[in-house]
Design a protein around this ligand. Structure first.
Ligand code: ADP
Length: 252
Protein backbone atom coordinates (compact mmCIF):
# COMPACT_ATOMS: atom_id res chain seq x y z
CA UNK A 1 0.00 0.00 0.00
CA UNK A 2 1.29 3.48 -0.86
CA UNK A 3 0.01 6.53 0.95
CA UNK A 4 -1.05 10.00 -0.15
CA UNK A 5 -1.71 12.28 2.79
CA UNK A 6 -4.09 10.53 5.17
CA UNK A 7 -5.53 8.32 2.42
CA UNK A 8 -4.14 4.86 1.70
CA UNK A 9 -4.09 4.07 -1.99
CA UNK A 10 -3.19 0.59 -3.24
CA UNK A 11 -0.37 -0.08 -5.72
CA UNK A 12 -2.37 -1.16 -8.77
CA UNK A 13 0.47 -2.57 -10.86
CA UNK A 14 3.52 -4.49 -9.54
CA UNK A 15 6.98 -4.25 -11.07
CA UNK A 16 6.39 -7.63 -12.77
CA UNK A 17 3.28 -6.28 -14.52
CA UNK A 18 0.79 -8.13 -12.29
CA UNK A 19 -2.31 -6.48 -10.87
CA UNK A 20 -3.62 -6.51 -7.27
CA UNK A 21 -5.43 -9.80 -7.85
CA UNK A 22 -2.48 -11.31 -9.75
CA UNK A 23 -3.99 -10.86 -13.20
CA UNK A 24 -2.02 -9.77 -16.24
CA UNK A 25 -3.08 -6.55 -17.97
CA UNK A 26 -4.95 -8.44 -20.71
CA UNK A 27 -6.69 -10.92 -18.42
CA UNK A 28 -10.43 -11.05 -17.66
CA UNK A 29 -11.82 -11.81 -14.22
CA UNK A 30 -13.47 -15.22 -13.91
CA UNK A 31 -16.83 -15.14 -15.71
CA UNK A 32 -19.67 -17.61 -15.43
CA UNK A 33 -23.01 -17.23 -17.22
CA UNK A 34 -26.20 -19.20 -16.61
CA UNK A 35 -29.01 -18.86 -19.15
CA UNK A 36 -32.66 -19.19 -18.06
CA UNK A 37 -32.55 -19.39 -14.23
CA UNK A 38 -35.94 -17.62 -13.80
CA UNK A 39 -39.20 -19.40 -14.67
CA UNK A 40 -41.53 -16.38 -14.66
CA UNK A 41 -39.63 -14.24 -17.16
CA UNK A 42 -39.72 -14.78 -20.95
CA UNK A 43 -35.93 -14.88 -20.81
CA UNK A 44 -33.32 -14.60 -18.08
CA UNK A 45 -29.64 -14.93 -17.27
CA UNK A 46 -27.40 -14.81 -14.22
CA UNK A 47 -23.84 -13.59 -14.47
CA UNK A 48 -21.06 -13.98 -11.89
CA UNK A 49 -18.09 -11.96 -13.02
CA UNK A 50 -15.28 -11.51 -10.51
CA UNK A 51 -17.17 -10.38 -7.41
CA UNK A 52 -20.12 -9.03 -9.47
CA UNK A 53 -23.42 -10.92 -9.32
CA UNK A 54 -26.05 -9.71 -11.77
CA UNK A 55 -29.48 -11.08 -12.71
CA UNK A 56 -31.30 -10.05 -15.89
CA UNK A 57 -34.91 -10.76 -16.85
CA UNK A 58 -36.61 -9.97 -20.16
CA UNK A 59 -40.32 -9.65 -20.93
CA UNK A 60 -41.86 -9.13 -24.34
CA UNK A 61 -42.58 -8.22 -26.97
CA UNK A 62 -45.64 -7.14 -24.94
CA UNK A 63 -48.11 -4.27 -24.55
CA UNK A 64 -46.46 -0.89 -23.95
CA UNK A 65 -46.73 0.73 -20.49
CA UNK A 66 -47.16 3.67 -20.28
CA UNK A 67 -49.26 3.57 -23.46
CA UNK A 68 -48.16 6.97 -24.85
CA UNK A 69 -44.62 5.60 -25.41
CA UNK A 70 -45.96 3.16 -28.04
CA UNK A 71 -44.46 3.49 -31.56
CA UNK A 72 -46.49 2.49 -34.63
CA UNK A 73 -43.58 1.20 -36.72
CA UNK A 74 -41.38 -0.56 -34.16
CA UNK A 75 -40.99 -2.03 -30.70
CA UNK A 76 -39.52 0.15 -27.99
CA UNK A 77 -36.79 -1.21 -25.72
CA UNK A 78 -37.13 -0.23 -22.07
CA UNK A 79 -34.39 -1.01 -19.57
CA UNK A 80 -34.26 -0.74 -15.80
CA UNK A 81 -30.78 -1.16 -14.30
CA UNK A 82 -30.87 -1.24 -10.51
CA UNK A 83 -28.24 -1.78 -7.85
CA UNK A 84 -29.62 -3.50 -4.75
CA UNK A 85 -29.16 -1.56 -1.50
CA UNK A 86 -27.04 -4.48 -0.20
CA UNK A 87 -24.88 -4.74 -3.33
CA UNK A 88 -22.02 -2.52 -2.10
CA UNK A 89 -19.94 -2.15 1.09
CA UNK A 90 -21.05 1.36 1.82
CA UNK A 91 -24.79 1.72 2.29
CA UNK A 92 -26.35 2.73 -1.01
CA UNK A 93 -29.60 4.67 -1.04
CA UNK A 94 -32.19 2.30 -2.49
CA UNK A 95 -34.02 3.16 -5.68
CA UNK A 96 -33.29 4.72 -9.04
CA UNK A 97 -30.69 7.50 -8.82
CA UNK A 98 -29.24 9.51 -11.70
CA UNK A 99 -26.45 6.99 -12.30
CA UNK A 100 -28.97 4.14 -12.66
CA UNK A 101 -31.09 6.23 -15.03
CA UNK A 102 -28.09 7.02 -17.20
CA UNK A 103 -26.97 3.38 -17.30
CA UNK A 104 -30.53 2.21 -18.09
CA UNK A 105 -30.69 4.67 -20.99
CA UNK A 106 -27.36 3.74 -22.61
CA UNK A 107 -28.11 0.02 -22.27
CA UNK A 108 -31.59 0.42 -23.81
CA UNK A 109 -30.06 2.34 -26.74
CA UNK A 110 -27.40 -0.33 -27.23
CA UNK A 111 -30.01 -3.09 -27.45
CA UNK A 112 -32.34 -1.06 -29.65
CA UNK A 113 -29.56 -0.98 -32.25
CA UNK A 114 -29.22 -4.79 -32.39
CA UNK A 115 -32.82 -6.03 -31.90
CA UNK A 116 -34.99 -6.25 -35.04
CA UNK A 117 -37.46 -3.78 -33.50
CA UNK A 118 -39.35 -3.20 -36.80
CA UNK A 119 -40.69 -6.75 -36.56
CA UNK A 120 -42.76 -5.94 -33.47
CA UNK A 121 -44.57 -2.61 -33.93
CA UNK A 122 -46.61 -1.17 -31.02
CA UNK A 123 -44.90 -3.42 -28.45
CA UNK A 124 -42.34 -3.09 -25.71
CA UNK A 125 -39.33 -5.28 -24.95
CA UNK A 126 -38.60 -4.82 -21.25
CA UNK A 127 -35.17 -5.55 -19.84
CA UNK A 128 -34.60 -5.66 -16.07
CA UNK A 129 -31.09 -5.74 -14.65
CA UNK A 130 -30.62 -6.27 -10.91
CA UNK A 131 -27.11 -5.93 -9.51
CA UNK A 132 -27.01 -8.10 -6.38
CA UNK A 133 -23.30 -7.64 -5.69
CA UNK A 134 -21.18 -4.91 -7.25
CA UNK A 135 -17.45 -4.72 -7.85
CA UNK A 136 -16.99 -2.42 -10.89
CA UNK A 137 -18.02 -3.17 -14.45
CA UNK A 138 -21.62 -3.80 -13.41
CA UNK A 139 -23.06 -2.08 -16.49
CA UNK A 140 -21.01 -4.44 -18.67
CA UNK A 141 -22.08 -7.46 -16.60
CA UNK A 142 -25.64 -6.13 -17.01
CA UNK A 143 -25.31 -5.94 -20.80
CA UNK A 144 -23.89 -9.48 -20.96
CA UNK A 145 -26.67 -10.85 -18.71
CA UNK A 146 -29.43 -8.95 -20.55
CA UNK A 147 -28.11 -10.02 -23.93
CA UNK A 148 -28.21 -13.72 -22.99
CA UNK A 149 -31.67 -13.15 -21.43
CA UNK A 150 -32.90 -11.57 -24.69
CA UNK A 151 -31.64 -14.56 -26.66
CA UNK A 152 -33.25 -16.88 -24.08
CA UNK A 153 -36.54 -15.00 -24.66
CA UNK A 154 -36.21 -15.68 -28.40
CA UNK A 155 -36.02 -11.99 -29.35
CA UNK A 156 -34.51 -11.71 -32.86
CA UNK A 157 -31.23 -9.79 -32.82
CA UNK A 158 -28.34 -9.13 -35.17
CA UNK A 159 -26.03 -10.79 -32.64
CA UNK A 160 -25.29 -11.16 -28.94
CA UNK A 161 -23.71 -8.13 -27.30
CA UNK A 162 -20.52 -8.83 -25.34
CA UNK A 163 -19.38 -5.97 -23.12
CA UNK A 164 -16.35 -5.16 -20.98
CA UNK A 165 -14.63 -2.16 -19.36
CA UNK A 166 -11.04 -1.31 -20.25
CA UNK A 167 -9.06 1.19 -18.22
CA UNK A 168 -5.76 2.77 -17.33
CA UNK A 169 -4.02 1.76 -14.09
CA UNK A 170 -0.50 2.72 -12.99
CA UNK A 171 0.03 4.22 -16.47
CA UNK A 172 -0.86 0.99 -18.31
CA UNK A 173 -3.94 -0.07 -20.27
CA UNK A 174 -5.79 -2.93 -18.54
CA UNK A 175 -8.73 -5.18 -19.31
CA UNK A 176 -11.76 -5.60 -17.02
CA UNK A 177 -11.14 -3.34 -14.02
CA UNK A 178 -12.11 -4.42 -10.54
CA UNK A 179 -13.32 -2.00 -7.86
CA UNK A 180 -9.94 -0.72 -6.56
CA UNK A 181 -8.70 -0.28 -10.13
CA UNK A 182 -11.87 1.59 -11.07
CA UNK A 183 -11.66 3.81 -7.96
CA UNK A 184 -7.93 4.59 -7.98
CA UNK A 185 -7.02 4.13 -11.66
CA UNK A 186 -6.64 6.92 -14.22
CA UNK A 187 -9.43 5.95 -16.63
CA UNK A 188 -12.38 3.62 -17.10
CA UNK A 189 -13.91 2.91 -20.51
CA UNK A 190 -16.91 0.56 -20.68
CA UNK A 191 -17.83 -0.71 -24.15
CA UNK A 192 -20.20 -3.15 -25.87
CA UNK A 193 -19.58 -4.56 -29.34
CA UNK A 194 -21.48 -6.39 -32.08
CA UNK A 195 -19.08 -9.30 -32.68
CA UNK A 196 -20.02 -9.87 -36.35
CA UNK A 197 -19.14 -6.35 -37.49
CA UNK A 198 -17.01 -5.00 -34.64
CA UNK A 199 -19.50 -2.09 -34.36
CA UNK A 200 -19.45 -0.43 -30.93
CA UNK A 201 -22.95 0.25 -29.59
CA UNK A 202 -21.96 1.41 -26.11
CA UNK A 203 -18.87 3.47 -25.36
CA UNK A 204 -18.36 5.70 -22.35
CA UNK A 205 -15.27 7.09 -20.68
CA UNK A 206 -14.37 8.44 -17.27
CA UNK A 207 -10.88 9.89 -16.70
CA UNK A 208 -8.14 10.62 -19.23
CA UNK A 209 -6.33 8.75 -22.01
CA UNK A 210 -4.37 10.08 -24.94
CA UNK A 211 -5.13 9.04 -28.51
CA UNK A 212 -2.61 6.21 -28.57
CA UNK A 213 -3.82 4.82 -25.24
CA UNK A 214 -7.41 5.03 -26.45
CA UNK A 215 -6.71 2.97 -29.55
CA UNK A 216 -4.75 0.44 -27.44
CA UNK A 217 -7.68 0.30 -25.00
CA UNK A 218 -10.20 -0.27 -27.79
CA UNK A 219 -8.09 -3.06 -29.23
CA UNK A 220 -7.85 -4.75 -25.83
CA UNK A 221 -11.60 -4.29 -25.30
CA UNK A 222 -12.37 -5.89 -28.66
CA UNK A 223 -10.29 -8.96 -27.79
CA UNK A 224 -12.02 -9.13 -24.37
CA UNK A 225 -15.44 -8.92 -26.04
CA UNK A 226 -14.53 -11.80 -28.35
CA UNK A 227 -13.65 -14.03 -25.36
CA UNK A 228 -16.86 -13.02 -23.56
CA UNK A 229 -18.91 -13.72 -26.72
CA UNK A 230 -17.70 -17.34 -26.67
CA UNK A 231 -18.86 -17.74 -23.05
CA UNK A 232 -22.26 -16.23 -23.88
CA UNK A 233 -22.76 -18.67 -26.75
CA UNK A 234 -21.64 -21.57 -24.53
CA UNK A 235 -24.20 -20.58 -21.84
CA UNK A 236 -27.01 -20.66 -24.42
CA UNK A 237 -25.80 -23.97 -25.85
CA UNK A 238 -25.69 -25.40 -22.33
CA UNK A 239 -29.37 -24.45 -21.86
CA UNK A 240 -30.74 -25.50 -25.24
CA UNK A 241 -28.44 -28.31 -26.34
CA UNK A 242 -26.62 -29.49 -23.20
CA UNK A 243 -25.50 -32.71 -24.87
CA UNK A 244 -23.54 -30.84 -27.55
CA UNK A 245 -22.08 -28.40 -24.97
CA UNK A 246 -21.06 -31.26 -22.72
CA UNK A 247 -20.66 -34.44 -24.73
CA UNK A 248 -19.10 -36.41 -21.84
CA UNK A 249 -22.20 -35.83 -19.66
CA UNK A 250 -24.51 -36.95 -22.45
CA UNK A 251 -22.61 -40.21 -22.76
CA UNK A 252 -22.81 -40.94 -19.01
P1 ADP B 1 -19.76 0.23 -13.19
O1 ADP B 1 -20.30 -0.65 -12.10
O2 ADP B 1 -20.45 0.00 -14.50
O3 ADP B 1 -18.26 0.16 -13.30
P2 ADP B 1 -19.32 2.85 -11.99
O4 ADP B 1 -18.00 3.06 -12.63
O5 ADP B 1 -20.25 4.01 -11.84
O6 ADP B 1 -20.15 1.72 -12.80
O7 ADP B 1 -19.14 2.21 -10.55
C1 ADP B 1 -18.03 1.45 -10.19
C2 ADP B 1 -18.32 0.68 -8.93
O8 ADP B 1 -18.46 1.60 -7.83
C3 ADP B 1 -19.63 -0.11 -8.93
O9 ADP B 1 -19.54 -1.34 -9.62
C4 ADP B 1 -19.85 -0.29 -7.45
O10 ADP B 1 -19.01 -1.32 -6.96
C5 ADP B 1 -19.39 1.06 -6.91
N1 ADP B 1 -20.54 1.98 -6.75
C6 ADP B 1 -21.23 2.61 -7.71
N2 ADP B 1 -22.25 3.37 -7.21
C7 ADP B 1 -22.19 3.21 -5.87
C8 ADP B 1 -22.95 3.73 -4.75
N3 ADP B 1 -23.99 4.54 -4.93
N4 ADP B 1 -22.59 3.34 -3.52
C9 ADP B 1 -21.53 2.52 -3.31
N5 ADP B 1 -20.78 2.01 -4.31
C10 ADP B 1 -21.09 2.33 -5.57
Amino acid sequence: MGSVGAKEIPVLLNADGRRIDGRRLDELRQLSITAGPLNQADGSAFVEWGANKVMAAVYGPREVHPRHLQENNKAIVQCRYNMAAFSVDERKRPGLDRRSQEISKVIAEAFESVIFVEEFPRTSIDVYIEVLQANAGTRCAGVVAASVALADAGIPMVDLLPSVAVGKIGGAIALDLKKEEDNFGEADLPMAMVPQSGRLVLLQMEGHMNREELSQALELGVSGCRQIHEKMKAALRERYAPSSANPSEAAA
